[in-house]
Design a protein around this ligand. Structure first.
Ligand SMILES: [Zn+2]
Ligand SMILES: [Zn+2]
Length: 341
């Protein structure tokens, strides 16, 4: 008898777990959706209602209009697909916040034709960045900036260094023990270059624009994010601020250094993490537009606090995970935005 009780118990456990897994969000049948079995009200559904989980996390009872993602365990390859982007406008400044999934990669083409690259996403984003740059007709890179040694910023730079003639590399004076960082250093050496130190107050010589590092103001020990090279960039009367992953400590030091930091366009620090974009920093920069470079991640980027802070401050915000590559064109007076998605 006890054996029968045990088998009944085990059978019910199996049935229970089957039932639970059937209600798991995202599990789909051949039609791309599934029937809600548990906690339906929590998802805004009726019991037994057939529904779909969209790629942006929302739930609808209609099939998603975007093609359903192919069933794959490889998240990285799903998000690391180069968007089709347009070549730069001649005689204008073009800034591309490239969609590289989780990470940062920003490409700037000046009106004078110079090419600037700030970061190149993760290791596996290197080829995508190279394909973006080729799409855009890049021949060589005058200025490369590695904001800080984290892999989601410098990961793809070695591939870029191997694919284009790079004339100057700037990076903060901090190192890291990872292979990714060593690969970057080796690629710089192979190019026959020595890294120029990015630090607050240093001007970057680029024709027709004013580009100056506002950070790092100090040294930050092991806090790699605060070491980020922060670049202020002016073309005509239009201004941009590229922050890397600088967090509050660095932001406070930048404010205290009293250098001009107002900007029309702000690349939000650290993928919209709550540790960056303090209320004081946002007020000091007072941007009209913000870009969050972010992809699938487990860190909770971007934080709702930051999204709300930007909304309250009436800053128009773009996200590479939702908008794809975000392109900004400046004629020196006016700023124009183009999105891919
Ligand atoms: Zn970082
Ligand atoms: Zn980062």
């Amino acid at each position: 008898m006890p054996r029968i009780i045990l088998s009944v118990l085990m059978l019910s456990i199996i049935m229970l777990s089957t039932n639970v897994s059937m209600a798991h969000p995202g599990r789909t049948d051949a039609n791309g959706g599934h029937t809600c079995r548990t906690n339906c009200a929590e998802w805004g559904l009726k019991d037994g209602e057939y529904h779909y989980h969209n790629s942006d996390g929302s739930i609808t009872t209609k099939p998603p209009t975007d093609p359903a993602p192919a069933p794959s365990n490889n998240e990285a390859s799903d998000e690391l697909k180069a968007d089709a982007i347009k070549t730069p406008a001649k005689g204008k400044l073009s800034v591309y916040f490239l969609n590289v999934g989780q990470g940062d990669a920003t490409y700037i083409k000046t009106a004078g034709g110079d090419d600037i690259l700030i970061d190149a996403g993760k290791n596996e984003a290197g080829d995508i960045v190279v394909s973006y740059l080729k799409q855009l007709g890049v021949d060589d890179i005058e200025i490369m900036i590695a904001t800080h040694p984290d892999s989601d910023h410098i990961g793809g730079l070695d591939t870029v260094l191997g694919s284009f003639k790079v004339k100057a590399v700037y990076a903060p004076k901090v190192s890291h023990t990872t292979d990714t960082f060593k690969d970057f250093l080796l690629a710089v050496k192979k190019e026959g270059l020595t890294i120029k130190e990015a630090k607050a107050g240093l001007a970057v010589p680029i024709k027709g624009v004013t580009a100056k590092f506002l950070g790092p103001v100090k040294t930050y020990g092991d806090d790699l994010n605060d070491w980020s090279a922060v670049l202020h960039f002016t073309y005509g009367t239009t201004r941009f601020l590229f922050t890397g992953d600088a967090e509050k400590k660095s932001e406070d030091d930048i404010i205290a250094s009293k250098r001009a930091l107002k900007a029309d366009v702000l690349k939000i620090g650290h993928h919209g993490s709550v540790s960056s974009t303090s209320a004081a920093f946002l007020k000091a920069v007072s941007p009209k537009y913000a870009i969050i470079s972010v992809g699938k991640n487990s860190y909770g980027h971007p934080a709702a606090t930051i999204i709300n802070r930007l909304k309250t401050a009436k800053v128009t915000t773009f996200r590479t995970d939702l908008n794809g590559t975000v392109t900004v064109i400046s004629d020196g007076k006016k700023i124009q935005f183009m999105k891919v998605k």
